[in-house]
Design a protein around this ligand. Structure first.
Ligand code: A3P
Ligand code: MG
Ligand code: MG
Length: 368
């Protein structure tokens, strides 16, 4: 088994002005409906309408429809969407990388998140590197996280996770505000919270010399999607955070902002709406953050716990390293352990594409 490692240290070699980036542009999209069935449409697109302050984010926890994600979906939905796009345009979606946004978020956060450990599988097919999450490692890590004992009397991990979905339900409407009844808006607090439905945007973007096609969920659109496909979309990312006013813990919030920023940066989401909550889950205030201003504000904060340009430059170097390393079929593992300065790439299977690529996709491409 061959093993090659990329050393994150010395981290300062990635400092300085950022490598060129290409504004993410949506090329395709898909939805999961209320049964989590794949649909090649925008039926699960949602719109933002401000929530009522004072709402209890714990309300309805007993009726939460939580998706069981024990099955490994690989890149299937993203590849189905690419096939449909290629059938429509008659052109292959060329890119150096195809992956889920979540994988890129983990990679970009490496320089400033020592606790972020991950395992991914990758393969190279027709000159493109496809990267998926290693599902077993993800489930194991989730179990660890859920086992972490909360302080006595403090809310459980499950409850804190529910707060995020509840906040979404309180902020979303199924159509533009003028097309939705007042009744609907006022009754959002009684809606059953569910995370089955999703709208996923598939974007083309670039970091330095690497071109990427990334798929990821977007929570909502601010107004509506523009008719002109060259115009940026006013996406909104919804997030909850404990109100640091109460704890004075600005540093914790600043560290959270690293993930908020990366996640939104990658899909070109310009606005993040943070619902600040009390320690016991009461929605206290809502703040709108402009994604592109976050790194500058953090830099000037005095704490400066992370540096956005450095994340971009690290990612540019790391992607160049992957392009030099993963040059053939077979299955490669990309692995980073907690507190390690190394990201390792190991060849696990000599040939084939593992389960990373669906048969449908490979067959489509081979006859294209
Ligand atoms: P918050 O981010 O407000 O906590 P996303 O923010 O990516 O749209 O995800 C929506 C919600 O899903 C999150 O809201 C959180 O409640 C839950 N969630 C996402 N990733 C999670 C994880 N790794 N563990 C637990 N809950 C998670
Ligand atoms: Mg989301
Ligand atoms: Mg969100």
């Amino acid at each position: 088994m061959s093993r090659i490692a990329f050393d994150i240290q010395p981290i300062n070699r990635f400092a300085g002005t950022s490598a060129a980036i290409r504004r993410p542009k949506e090329i395709a999209f898909f939805s999961y409906d209320e049964n989590h069935q794949f649909r090649l449409d925008d039926s699960s697109l949602r719109y933002y309408y401000p929530p009522r302050l004072g709402a209890d984010l714990s309300a309805g926890f007993e009726t939460f429809r939580q998706l069981d994600d024990a099955a490994d979906d690989h890149l299937d939905s993203l590849l189905r969407t690419l096939i449909a796009h290629e059938q429509k345009t008659g052109q292959r979606c060329e890119a150096d990388f195809v992956t889920w946004r979540g994988m890129m978020t983990k990679i970009m956060a490496v320089p400033f998140d020592n606790f972020n450990d991950f395992e991914m599988n990758a393969t190279c097919f027709q000159g493109t590197i496809f990267i998926e999450e290693n599902h077993e490692a993800k489930l194991a890590s989730r179990e660890q996280q859920m086992k972490q004992q909360s302080r006595p009397g403090a809310p459980s991990q499950e409850m804190m996770s529910y707060w995020g979905y509840k906040f979404e339900t309180l902020c979303l409407i199924p159509d533009t505000w003028d097309a939705v009844s007042r009744d609907y808006i006022e009754n959002r607090e009684n809606e059953v919270v569910s995370n089955y439905a999703q709208y996923c945007s598939v974007v083309r973007t670039g970091i330095c010399n690497a071109s990427l096609i990334i798929g990821g969920e977007v929570d909502a659109v601010w107004d509506c999607k523009p008719d002109d496909k060259d115009q940026p979309i006013n996406w909104v990312e919804l997030k909850t955070a404990q109100d640091f006013g109460a704890t004075g813990n600005l540093l914790t919030f600043e560290r959270k902002l690293l993930k908020f920023w990366i996640q939104s940066f990658l899909l070109g989401v310009p606005k993040i709406i943070v619902g600040f909550r009390s320690p016991d889950g009461i929605l206290q205030r809502v703040e709108e953050l402009e994604t592109q201003k976050i790194p500058g504000n953090v830099k000037r904060s005095g704490k400066a716990s992370w540096d956005g340009n450095l994340c971009i430059n690290f990612t540019a170097s790391f992607l160049a390293f992957l392009k030099e390393t993963i040059t053939s079929d077979g299955v490669w593992r990309i692995r980073r352990r907690r507190n390690s300065s190394l990201v390792e790439v190991l060849k696990m299977e000599e040939t084939g594409y593992g389960d990373i690529l669906s048969t449908e996709f490979v067959e489509w491409r081979q006859q294209m």
